[in-house]
Design a protein around this ligand. Structure first.
Ligand code: URA
Length: 235
């Protein structure tokens, strides 16, 4: 059994800030077990009590996990004064306090991005110690030479001397290459190809650990994942 203050409960399950939740409680828009409660610090049992806001029941979820097929042109941040962020793309009813993208994709990169409010999950997923593998499809400026496969395997040295861990490259035909890496250095895939003399024209992440982007997914799509589905990143 977990007890939570009513204002915290409401703000954690909706897009309302803590202040807005307190206001909603004062305005009698929040019911606890069908009854108006005026005190924001009333304790709610997250398992047994029912809470509604504006007549809509709130189903308590400690954490949420969203799978986004990130489109190009948006930044992987919670807030930005100039640019649209991945959080701006979420349907209003899915927004809640504390959401953030677990990891970053460049503004022009598309594909699999997880958005959650589970800090421990994100920390584990991003920890270099976990070696979670990420698969990308890169479209290069020209057809790659077979030698890139061995170069990825050996560990590419970036322009600034940084040595990358061994990765895998698979030539898919034309200018397309599938790459699997277990690190997350800044612009890593683009810099790996730059070190081999190629420019990445388009980059798409299609898998994190055992979690693959849905078949036929299109940039801009987003769906709710269960905690079990999200945990596939550790498989
Ligand atoms: N590597 C890159 O260069 N860019 C990304 O967005 C992700 C990996």
């Amino acid at each position: 059994m977990m007890k939570e203050r009513l204002d915290k409960y409401v703000s954690s399950q909706t897009a309302l800030s803590r202040k807005e939740a307190q206001k909603a409680i004062k305005e009698k828009r929040v019911l606890l077990n069908g009854t108006v409660v005026r005190a924001a610090d009333t304790k709610v049992d997250t398992e047994c009590d029912s809470v509604s806001l504006d007549g809509q029941p709130l189903t308590y979820q400690e954490y949420v996990y969203y799978m986004m097929d990130k489109p190009g042109g948006v930044v992987s941040a919670t807030k930005d004064s100039q640019e649209r962020t991945v959080l701006d793309l979420l349907p209003p009813e899915w927004r809640r306090d504390g959401l953030f993208p677990a990891g970053r994709l460049d503004k022009d990169t598309t594909g699999l991005l997880l958005i959650t409010d589970d800090g421990e999950f994100a920390h584990r997923m991003l920890s270099p110690k976990k070696h979670v593998q990420k698969r990308y499809i890169a479209t290069l400026d020209r057809e790659p030479d077979d030698s890139i496969v061995a170069a990825f395997e050996a560990g590419i040295v970036l322009g600034d001397g940084t040595v990358c861990k061994s990765g895998q490259a698979e030539i898919l035909g034309g200018c397309r290459v599938a790459v699997v890496i277990s690190e997350g250095k800044y612009h890593q895939v683009k810099r790996m190809f730059a070190a081999l003399g190629y420019h990445v024209e388009a980059l798409r992440r299609v898998r994190i650990g055992g979690l693959a982007l849905d078949e036929g997914s299109k940039p801009g799509e987003v769906r709710v994942l269960t905690a079990e589905e999200a945990a596939a990143v550790f498989d």
